[in-house]
Design a protein around this ligand. Structure first.
Ligand code: FES
Ligand code: FES
Length: 170
């Protein structure tokens, strides 16, 4: 018997909130949250790099915490509030963090960017006046292979200052 016969697929009805919208679906117990977001909800802003909890490109915010969506099952998101990168802009206006990433040239290939921005957002939601060390710690689990980390840190600190001054704060 192979693993598929040993562990037959089951499905579960889940109800959650994604970017402020209620979502209901029947999902396989094998589907990760990253797969669910990308393949079933078409929210492809969430990137999958390593698919095993090492790179942080799949980071989303769940109930206020930055989480790797590749290491969480979709069924575990039942009853939770999920924020993906698509939920940040407000009626077409970029979030101050997104603006700061553009202004500070904080991306090259962009693959790490959604996860980086969401890790920083989770920090700023709890600590609106972070130090550089706070930012470095918040993005500790997010890898950037393009060498954009210095610009990402500048962008995060600049956005935090602007948001604290009420310039487009969310
Ligand atoms: S894709 Fe999830 S941590 Fe790398
Ligand atoms: S901009 Fe390419 S991985 Fe960070």
């Amino acid at each position: 018997m192979g693993p598929t016969e040993d562990f037959p697929e089951t499905r579960k009805h889940v109800v959650l909130t994604v970017n402020g919208e209620g979502v209901e679906a029947d999902v396989s117990h094998r589907t990760t949250l990253a797969e669910f977001l990308r393949e079933e909800l078409d929210l492809t802003g969430t990137k999958v790099g390593c698919n095993r909890g090492e790179c942080g490109s799949c980071t989303v915010i769940i109930d206020g915490m930055a989480v790797y969506s590749c290491t969480m099952l979709a069924v575990e998101a039942h009853g939770k509030e999920v924020l993906t990168i698509e939920g940040l802009a407000d009626q077409g206006k970029l979030h101050p963090l997104q603006e700061a990433f553009v202004e500070h040239d904080a991306l090259q290939c962009g693959y790490c960017t959604p996860g980086m921005i969401l890790s920083v957002k989770a920090l700023l939601d709890k600590n609106p006046h972070p130090t550089e060390l706070d930012v470095r710690t918040a993005i500790d689990g997010n890898l950037c292979r393009c060498g954009s980390i210095p610009n990402i840190i500048e962008a995060a600190l600049d956005a935090s200052r602007k948001m604290a001054q009420g310039k487009g704060a969310e």
